[in-house]
Design a protein around this ligand. Structure first.
Ligand code: ADP
Length: 258
Protein backbone atom coordinates (compact mmCIF):
# COMPACT_ATOMS: atom_id res chain seq x y z
CA UNK A 1 0.00 0.00 0.00
CA UNK A 2 1.51 3.29 -1.11
CA UNK A 3 -1.04 5.46 0.57
CA UNK A 4 0.77 7.18 3.43
CA UNK A 5 -1.02 10.50 3.88
CA UNK A 6 1.21 13.44 4.67
CA UNK A 7 -0.66 16.17 6.56
CA UNK A 8 1.61 19.16 6.72
CA UNK A 9 0.30 22.55 5.71
CA UNK A 10 2.99 25.17 5.99
CA UNK A 11 4.13 27.94 3.71
CA UNK A 12 7.84 27.26 4.08
CA UNK A 13 10.27 24.77 2.59
CA UNK A 14 8.86 21.90 4.69
CA UNK A 15 5.43 22.69 3.28
CA UNK A 16 6.82 22.63 -0.26
CA UNK A 17 8.52 19.33 0.43
CA UNK A 18 5.28 17.86 1.78
CA UNK A 19 3.39 18.98 -1.32
CA UNK A 20 5.92 17.44 -3.66
CA UNK A 21 5.85 14.18 -1.69
CA UNK A 22 2.08 14.18 -2.02
CA UNK A 23 2.33 14.63 -5.80
CA UNK A 24 4.90 11.84 -6.06
CA UNK A 25 2.64 9.58 -4.06
CA UNK A 26 -0.30 10.28 -6.36
CA UNK A 27 1.87 9.63 -9.42
CA UNK A 28 3.09 6.36 -7.96
CA UNK A 29 -0.47 5.23 -7.20
CA UNK A 30 -1.50 6.17 -10.73
CA UNK A 31 1.43 4.21 -12.22
CA UNK A 32 0.60 1.14 -10.18
CA UNK A 33 -3.02 1.32 -11.30
CA UNK A 34 -1.96 1.68 -14.95
CA UNK A 35 0.47 -1.23 -14.64
CA UNK A 36 -2.23 -3.46 -13.13
CA UNK A 37 -4.68 -2.57 -15.90
CA UNK A 38 -1.94 -3.31 -18.45
CA UNK A 39 -1.16 -6.73 -16.96
CA UNK A 40 -4.83 -7.59 -16.84
CA UNK A 41 -5.29 -6.60 -20.51
CA UNK A 42 -2.23 -8.56 -21.60
CA UNK A 43 -3.37 -11.65 -19.70
CA UNK A 44 -6.82 -11.44 -21.22
CA UNK A 45 -5.44 -11.01 -24.72
CA UNK A 46 -3.21 -14.05 -24.33
CA UNK A 47 -5.91 -16.12 -22.71
CA UNK A 48 -8.46 -16.22 -25.51
CA UNK A 49 -6.17 -17.36 -28.36
CA UNK A 50 -4.59 -19.92 -26.02
CA UNK A 51 -8.04 -21.28 -25.12
CA UNK A 52 -8.90 -21.58 -28.80
CA UNK A 53 -5.64 -23.36 -29.59
CA UNK A 54 -6.20 -25.78 -26.72
CA UNK A 55 -9.83 -26.37 -27.65
CA UNK A 56 -9.26 -27.02 -31.34
CA UNK A 57 -6.14 -29.12 -30.73
CA UNK A 58 -8.08 -31.34 -28.36
CA UNK A 59 -10.96 -31.66 -30.86
CA UNK A 60 -8.45 -32.69 -33.53
CA UNK A 61 -7.31 -35.50 -31.28
CA UNK A 62 -10.70 -36.82 -30.27
CA UNK A 63 -13.12 -36.17 -33.13
CA UNK A 64 -12.71 -38.36 -36.16
CA UNK A 65 -15.44 -36.91 -38.35
CA UNK A 66 -14.32 -33.27 -38.43
CA UNK A 67 -12.53 -31.26 -41.09
CA UNK A 68 -9.00 -31.28 -39.69
CA UNK A 69 -7.67 -28.67 -42.11
CA UNK A 70 -10.22 -26.09 -40.96
CA UNK A 71 -9.31 -26.57 -37.29
CA UNK A 72 -5.58 -26.50 -38.06
CA UNK A 73 -6.10 -23.19 -39.88
CA UNK A 74 -7.79 -21.70 -36.79
CA UNK A 75 -4.92 -22.91 -34.61
CA UNK A 76 -2.41 -21.33 -36.99
CA UNK A 77 -4.31 -18.04 -37.04
CA UNK A 78 -4.49 -17.88 -33.25
CA UNK A 79 -0.79 -18.70 -32.93
CA UNK A 80 -0.04 -15.88 -35.38
CA UNK A 81 -2.08 -13.51 -33.27
CA UNK A 82 -0.07 -14.45 -30.18
CA UNK A 83 3.13 -13.92 -32.10
CA UNK A 84 2.10 -10.41 -33.21
CA UNK A 85 0.99 -9.55 -29.69
CA UNK A 86 4.30 -10.68 -28.20
CA UNK A 87 6.28 -8.72 -30.78
CA UNK A 88 4.25 -5.56 -30.14
CA UNK A 89 4.59 -5.89 -26.36
CA UNK A 90 8.36 -6.32 -26.62
CA UNK A 91 8.53 -3.26 -28.87
CA UNK A 92 6.44 -1.13 -26.47
CA UNK A 93 8.62 -2.16 -23.54
CA UNK A 94 11.82 -1.41 -25.40
CA UNK A 95 10.45 1.99 -26.49
CA UNK A 96 9.69 2.87 -22.89
CA UNK A 97 13.12 2.03 -21.59
CA UNK A 98 14.60 5.20 -20.14
CA UNK A 99 17.69 6.57 -21.90
CA UNK A 100 17.13 4.39 -24.95
CA UNK A 101 18.89 6.32 -27.70
CA UNK A 102 16.77 6.97 -30.80
CA UNK A 103 18.84 6.15 -33.83
CA UNK A 104 19.16 9.20 -36.11
CA UNK A 105 19.82 8.73 -39.77
CA UNK A 106 18.41 10.59 -42.72
CA UNK A 107 15.16 8.92 -43.75
CA UNK A 108 13.60 9.83 -47.09
CA UNK A 109 9.92 9.55 -46.21
CA UNK A 110 8.77 9.57 -49.84
CA UNK A 111 10.94 6.52 -50.60
CA UNK A 112 9.86 4.74 -47.45
CA UNK A 113 6.18 5.48 -48.10
CA UNK A 114 6.46 4.20 -51.67
CA UNK A 115 7.79 0.89 -50.33
CA UNK A 116 5.02 0.66 -47.74
CA UNK A 117 2.36 1.46 -50.35
CA UNK A 118 3.80 -1.15 -52.70
CA UNK A 119 3.62 -3.75 -49.93
CA UNK A 120 -0.06 -2.95 -49.39
CA UNK A 121 -1.17 -2.87 -53.03
CA UNK A 122 -2.31 -6.48 -53.05
CA UNK A 123 -4.53 -5.89 -50.02
CA UNK A 124 -6.06 -2.80 -51.59
CA UNK A 125 -6.65 -4.81 -54.76
CA UNK A 126 -8.17 -7.67 -52.85
CA UNK A 127 -10.65 -5.30 -51.18
CA UNK A 128 -11.22 -3.26 -54.32
CA UNK A 129 -9.94 -0.10 -52.62
CA UNK A 130 -8.33 2.62 -54.74
CA UNK A 131 -4.95 3.25 -53.12
CA UNK A 132 -3.35 6.44 -54.46
CA UNK A 133 -0.53 8.75 -53.38
CA UNK A 134 0.96 12.23 -53.76
CA UNK A 135 4.49 12.19 -52.41
CA UNK A 136 6.73 15.25 -52.28
CA UNK A 137 10.40 14.63 -51.52
CA UNK A 138 10.80 15.08 -47.80
CA UNK A 139 13.39 13.79 -45.34
CA UNK A 140 13.54 13.53 -41.56
CA UNK A 141 16.19 12.46 -39.07
CA UNK A 142 15.16 9.31 -37.34
CA UNK A 143 15.05 5.60 -36.89
CA UNK A 144 14.10 4.11 -40.23
CA UNK A 145 12.77 0.86 -38.84
CA UNK A 146 10.60 2.55 -36.22
CA UNK A 147 9.18 5.09 -38.68
CA UNK A 148 8.34 2.21 -41.01
CA UNK A 149 6.31 0.61 -38.21
CA UNK A 150 4.34 3.86 -37.74
CA UNK A 151 3.28 4.37 -41.35
CA UNK A 152 2.83 0.67 -42.02
CA UNK A 153 0.36 0.51 -39.14
CA UNK A 154 -1.55 3.64 -40.15
CA UNK A 155 -1.90 2.46 -43.75
CA UNK A 156 -2.79 -1.02 -42.58
CA UNK A 157 -5.61 0.44 -40.45
CA UNK A 158 -6.85 2.65 -43.29
CA UNK A 159 -7.28 -0.43 -45.49
CA UNK A 160 -8.69 -2.52 -42.64
CA UNK A 161 -11.35 0.02 -41.66
CA UNK A 162 -12.44 1.04 -45.18
CA UNK A 163 -15.15 -0.86 -47.00
CA UNK A 164 -14.69 -2.38 -50.40
CA UNK A 165 -15.01 0.23 -53.14
CA UNK A 166 -13.53 3.01 -50.95
CA UNK A 167 -10.44 5.19 -51.40
CA UNK A 168 -7.22 5.53 -49.44
CA UNK A 169 -4.80 8.35 -50.23
CA UNK A 170 -1.28 8.81 -48.85
CA UNK A 171 0.30 12.29 -48.97
CA UNK A 172 3.72 13.56 -47.96
CA UNK A 173 4.75 17.22 -48.03
CA UNK A 174 6.93 19.78 -46.32
CA UNK A 175 5.63 22.94 -44.70
CA UNK A 176 7.23 25.45 -42.30
CA UNK A 177 10.14 23.14 -41.48
CA UNK A 178 7.96 20.11 -40.82
CA UNK A 179 7.40 16.91 -42.75
CA UNK A 180 3.75 15.93 -42.95
CA UNK A 181 2.41 12.50 -43.79
CA UNK A 182 -1.34 12.13 -44.22
CA UNK A 183 -3.24 8.91 -44.70
CA UNK A 184 -6.82 9.62 -45.66
CA UNK A 185 -9.50 6.97 -45.98
CA UNK A 186 -13.19 6.96 -46.85
CA UNK A 187 -13.84 4.26 -44.25
CA UNK A 188 -16.09 3.83 -41.24
CA UNK A 189 -14.67 6.81 -39.35
CA UNK A 190 -14.39 7.55 -35.63
CA UNK A 191 -16.57 9.56 -33.26
CA UNK A 192 -14.95 12.36 -31.25
CA UNK A 193 -14.90 10.11 -28.18
CA UNK A 194 -13.29 7.25 -30.08
CA UNK A 195 -10.69 9.65 -31.51
CA UNK A 196 -9.65 10.60 -28.01
CA UNK A 197 -9.08 6.95 -27.11
CA UNK A 198 -7.55 5.23 -30.14
CA UNK A 199 -3.97 5.91 -29.00
CA UNK A 200 -4.55 4.13 -25.70
CA UNK A 201 -3.10 0.68 -25.33
CA UNK A 202 -5.50 -2.16 -26.12
CA UNK A 203 -8.24 0.21 -27.22
CA UNK A 204 -10.45 -1.23 -29.97
CA UNK A 205 -13.56 0.58 -30.99
CA UNK A 206 -16.00 -2.29 -30.64
CA UNK A 207 -16.31 -6.01 -31.00
CA UNK A 208 -17.61 -5.77 -34.57
CA UNK A 209 -14.53 -3.79 -35.53
CA UNK A 210 -11.98 -6.02 -33.84
CA UNK A 211 -10.91 -7.70 -37.07
CA UNK A 212 -8.17 -9.53 -35.23
CA UNK A 213 -6.38 -6.34 -34.16
CA UNK A 214 -4.50 -6.02 -30.88
CA UNK A 215 -5.28 -2.38 -30.10
CA UNK A 216 -1.55 -1.74 -29.64
CA UNK A 217 -0.57 -0.46 -33.09
CA UNK A 218 -1.52 3.19 -32.59
CA UNK A 219 -0.15 3.29 -29.02
CA UNK A 220 3.18 2.16 -30.47
CA UNK A 221 2.91 4.65 -33.36
CA UNK A 222 2.30 7.55 -30.99
CA UNK A 223 5.20 6.56 -28.74
CA UNK A 224 7.57 6.37 -31.74
CA UNK A 225 6.42 9.70 -33.20
CA UNK A 226 6.81 11.41 -29.81
CA UNK A 227 10.34 10.06 -29.51
CA UNK A 228 11.02 11.80 -32.84
CA UNK A 229 9.65 15.12 -31.45
CA UNK A 230 6.57 14.76 -33.62
CA UNK A 231 2.80 14.54 -33.21
CA UNK A 232 -0.06 12.48 -34.64
CA UNK A 233 -3.46 14.05 -35.21
CA UNK A 234 -6.79 12.62 -36.32
CA UNK A 235 -9.46 14.29 -38.41
CA UNK A 236 -12.47 12.04 -38.78
CA UNK A 237 -16.17 12.11 -39.45
CA UNK A 238 -18.01 9.11 -38.13
CA UNK A 239 -19.31 7.09 -41.05
CA UNK A 240 -17.39 9.04 -43.66
CA UNK A 241 -13.69 8.52 -43.19
CA UNK A 242 -10.56 9.32 -41.26
CA UNK A 243 -7.30 11.15 -41.83
CA UNK A 244 -4.25 10.44 -39.70
CA UNK A 245 -1.77 13.30 -39.95
CA UNK A 246 1.79 12.86 -38.69
CA UNK A 247 4.04 15.88 -38.22
CA UNK A 248 7.81 15.44 -37.81
CA UNK A 249 10.65 17.97 -37.84
CA UNK A 250 11.92 17.98 -41.44
CA UNK A 251 15.52 17.50 -42.36
CA UNK A 252 16.48 20.53 -44.44
CA UNK A 253 18.83 18.90 -46.87
CA UNK A 254 17.75 16.18 -49.27
CA UNK A 255 20.66 13.98 -50.16
CA UNK A 256 21.48 13.52 -53.84
CA UNK A 257 20.88 9.76 -53.79
CA UNK A 258 17.11 10.32 -53.49
P1 ADP B 1 -5.78 -2.54 -34.04
O1 ADP B 1 -4.69 -3.56 -34.01
O2 ADP B 1 -7.03 -2.98 -33.33
O3 ADP B 1 -6.06 -2.00 -35.41
P2 ADP B 1 -4.74 0.09 -33.40
O4 ADP B 1 -4.11 0.59 -32.15
O5 ADP B 1 -3.94 0.17 -34.65
O6 ADP B 1 -5.21 -1.38 -33.10
O7 ADP B 1 -6.12 0.89 -33.60
C1 ADP B 1 -7.00 1.04 -32.49
C2 ADP B 1 -8.44 1.11 -32.94
O8 ADP B 1 -8.66 2.35 -33.63
C3 ADP B 1 -8.83 0.04 -33.95
O9 ADP B 1 -9.23 -1.14 -33.30
C4 ADP B 1 -9.97 0.70 -34.70
O10 ADP B 1 -11.15 0.49 -34.00
C5 ADP B 1 -9.63 2.20 -34.64
N1 ADP B 1 -9.05 2.68 -35.93
C6 ADP B 1 -7.73 2.77 -36.23
N2 ADP B 1 -7.54 3.26 -37.47
C7 ADP B 1 -8.76 3.52 -37.97
C8 ADP B 1 -9.26 4.06 -39.22
N3 ADP B 1 -8.43 4.45 -40.20
N4 ADP B 1 -10.61 4.17 -39.36
C9 ADP B 1 -11.44 3.81 -38.37
N5 ADP B 1 -11.06 3.29 -37.19
C10 ADP B 1 -9.74 3.14 -36.98
Amino acid sequence: NYNYPIHISRNDEIGELATSFQLMQQQLAHNIEARNAFISNVSHDFQSPLMNIQGYASLLQTETTIDGAEYAAIIEQEAKRLSILTKQLLLLTSLEQANRPVQRVEVALHTQLRTIIRNHLWRADEKNIELSYELEEVCVNGDEELLYIVFDNILDNALKYTQSGGDVTVRAYKKDGYAYVEVEDTGIGLTAEQQSQVFERFYRVDVARKKGGTGLGLAIAKEIVQQHEGTIMIVSTFGHGTTFQTQLPANEKISSSM
